[in-house]
Structure formats: C-alpha cells, structure tokens
Design a protein around this ligand. Structure first.
Ligand code: BG6
Length: 254
C-alpha cells in the first residue's frame, strides 16, 4: 500500500523475508517496546491476516501473551467467521488470566462472532498427571480439535523475560542462562542457533505438529529481534508480523 511505500516499510519487509527465509513478513511502523499502541498495530495487521486466510469451518489455535491479547482487542465482527472455532494451542504456561491462551481465544471468538472451546489444564503438570489427563474423554475431544487446527497464531518471547514472568525456579533460570537460551515460543526455549534447549510439559500442540498448518507469528520490539531470529531458524513461519524496530535490528544480526 501507498503508506508502506512512503515509509520504506515494503523494502524492509523484503529484506527481512530474505534474511529469515520467511515467505511473508509484514512490518508496522514503530517500536512496541516503547509504545503500547504499536502492539495494537501488530494486532490490526494480524486480524487482517486472519480474516484473509480463514475458511468457513476453520479451527484457529492461539497462544497467549500481551501481544496476542492486543491482537484479540483489535478483532471486529466477521460473518464469515460464524462457524470458525478458536481454541488455545496449548495448556496453561503460567500467565495472568488476561494473557492466557484460553482467555484470548474466547475474546477473539466473542469479538468476531465466532465459536470457541476452552482447555482446562493446570500450569505445572507431572508426568503422571499428564498421561492420565490426555485419557480423559472431555480433554481428548478438545485435544483432537486443537490438533486439527489449520491456522495457528502465536507470540515469541525473549527467553529470560518469559522464564521470570512464569515465576520459574532459579535452577531453571540458571539452566537457560548456561545454555544461552534467547527465545521462547509455545513453551519451548531456543538458543541463537534455533536449537530447542527446553520444553515445558503441557498438553496441546507440540512444536513438531505444526507441519501443514498455516503459522502466523506476531512479535515486535527491538528487544525481541534475537528471539525472532532464533525461532525462525528453528522453523520459519508462514507469516511474521513485526514492527519496524525489530525488523531493523533483525537485519543487523549475524
Ligand atoms: C506467552 C506464550 O503467553 O506469550 C509464549 O506462552 C510467548 O510462547 C509469550 O513467547 C509472548 O508474550 P508477549 O507478552 O511478549 O507477547
């Protein structure tokens, strides 16, 4: 669009596409580290992408975080989404209620005039609890729905920020420092090379189940450039929606 040409953002998008090997990169103006309204611009762009991609009976899986909460705030009614179902992509990962995937998925659905299903599982799951929970029929049903999602939309976090926001134990904080984790997405932690160094146990979509899904990653702010770069090395998404500051910083990463 004309505005993007004027701001030179289209050129930035192309450079980031090449750099990350991501087919489609959308860049909004600003720096979401500094200005909260930039998250809403990320949200506006994400909503447009979701609406452009949706099919009548889609299942759309969503993750949590403040960025995705801003995406939900930007959703507007869409008659074409009447039979779309929003679901959380994974179970609890230690967020405040307003930033939980369940809350965000319900909010997206309510604003769009779509359907939603909740997934109730505790944040900390022991091996035993995990294996018996997945056998519960009510959980099994929604798990099937989650795994069938055709579209997934998620945020990316900086590893240390996410570990402390989740109130992780000091032994875990030490581990991610020792192993130089820089990124977090879907409850997985990654180093600069994009190798998984830790996985949080919870039910729902696992990272190796994203194939054949349309994956939209939304993350902005200069502070997240390293994290975005690392995660895209693990697995380039179909679309990255980011902001100008993150994009410029991304181009400087070796
Ligand atoms: C969390 C997700 O809810 O939000 C993480 O579980 C993600 O995978 C994080 O990295 C992003 O949070 P924010 O607030 O930076 O958008």
């Amino acid at each position: 669009d004309v505005m993007k040409e004027l701001l030179g953002l289209r050129n930035l998008e192309e450079q980031v596409e090449l750099k990350l090997g991501v087919k489609k990169v959308l860049v909004v103006a600003g720096n979401s580290d500094e200005d909260h309204w930039v998250k809403h611009e990320l949200g506006r762009a994400s909503v447009a992408e979701l609406k452009a991609k949706r099919e009548p009976s889609d299942v759309i899986a969503v993750m949590g975080g403040t960025t995705l909460a801003a995406v939900a705030e930007m959703m507007t009614p869409d008659v074409g989404m009447r039979d779309v179902t929003f679901v959380p992509a994974r179970g609890g990962l230690g967020e405040n209620v307003e930033n939980q995937a369940n809350t965000i998925s319900a909010e997206l659905a309510t604003r769009a005039g779509a359907q939603y299903r909740l997934l109730h599982v505790p944040d900390q799951l022991s091996e035993d609890a995990y294996s018996s929970l997945v056998l519960e029929p009510s959980i099994g049903d929604i798990l099937k729905l989650i795994k069938s999602a055709r579209v997934v939309i998620h945020g990316i976090g900086e590893a240390n920020t996410m570990a402390s926001r989740r109130g992780s134990k000091s032994t875990f904080i030490e581990k991610i420092e020792r192993e130089q984790a820089v990124a977090e997405a879907f409850g997985y932690y990654f180093n600069r090379e994009g190798d998984i160094i830790h996985k949080q146990r919870t039910i729902g979509l696992q990272l190796d189940e994203l194939d054949n899904k349309y994956v939209i990653s939304v993350a902005g702010g200069e502070s997240k450039a390293e994290a975005i770069s690392a995660y895209m090395k693990y697995r380039p998404s179909d679309v990255l929606i980011t902001d100008e500051s993150a994009a410029r910083r991304l181009l400087e990463i070796e």
